[in-house]
Design a binder for this molecule. Structure first.
Ligand SMILES: CC(C)(COP(=O)(O)OP(=O)(O)OC[C@H]1O[C@@H](n2cnc3c(N)ncnc32)[C@H](O)[C@@H]1OP(=O)(O)O)[C@@H](O)C(=O)NCCC(=O)NCCS
Length: 189
């Protein structure tokens, strides 16, 4: 194993001036506001969204089912947890079929800022603006409880995510280097 540094942006959005407009949830999909009974579904959506992604190198727990469940429980138990900014997205392939969790976003607040923990949409459902929908719901949830700014961190190579955030009005506020242990063959990034 070797140590490498991942370049990440801190991105920020002014919720007073750039609150994203409400989005329509496409047919077949449904949004669920946070409830403790949904923690397992959030964890499943998180695992399915992140397991093959770059962020697993930076945050290995995202690549494991049990790691995602632990993380989700830990986020929901934090004093700054914001249920209003935490949403689950489900997909129902056909009437009568049990809806499956395919997307998640979670919010916390700290020092008057809303912070996104993890935004994820399972790979089969990407490119339909569902990530935009989840992030919009989170932004509006932060605004509803009186927060005026929100932020998130994203690995700079995560082009799809950066594109989504910039389309919604987020600006790159700072570059952060996050240390992570990686297998030596990939340690040269
Ligand atoms: C980031 C993520 C949530 C986006 O979900 P999504 O439902 O596809 O999001 P949207 O459809 O709303 O927007 C994605 C944008 O990225 C673009 N995009 C997709 N793949 C891309 C790529 N390889 N390169 C550049 N842009 C890309 C899409 O075209 C879209 O932009 P547009 O609508 O302006 O054309 C999803 O890719 C994901 O879960 N990734 C893995 C987890 C992750 O990295 N989360 C973010 C952590 S900060």
């Amino acid at each position: 194993m070797g140590m490498t540094y991942f370049k990440r942006f801190r991105m920020e959005l002014d919720l007073e001036r750039q609150l994203p407009a409400p989005q329509v949830c496409p047919a077949g999909y449904s949004l669920a506001p946070f409830d403790d009974s949904l923690i397992r579904e959030h964890a499943q959506a998180k695992y399915l969204s992140f397991r093959h992604e770059l962020d697993v190198t930076v945050f290995p727990c995202l690549g494991r089912r049990d790691g995602c469940l632990r993380l989700m429980r830990e986020i929901a138990a934090r004093s700054g947890f914001v249920p209003e900014a935490t949403w689950l997205l489900r997909y129902q392939p056909a009437p009568g079929v049990r809806p499956e969790p395919i997307g998640t976003v979670q919010g916390i607040q700290f020092d008057g800022w809303g912070g996104i923990q993890n935004l994820g949409v399972c790979d089969q459902h990407r490119g339909k603006r569902l990530g935009t929908l989840l992030l919009t719901m989170a932004a509006r949830g932060f605004h509803r409880i009186g927060l005026t700014h929100m932020h998130l961190e994203v690995t700079t190579d995560n082009t799809a995510a950066v594109r989504l955030y910039e389309r919604l009005g987020f600006r790159r506020a700072k570059v952060i280097y996050k240390a992570a242990e990686v297998a030596l063959a990939t340690a040269s990034r």
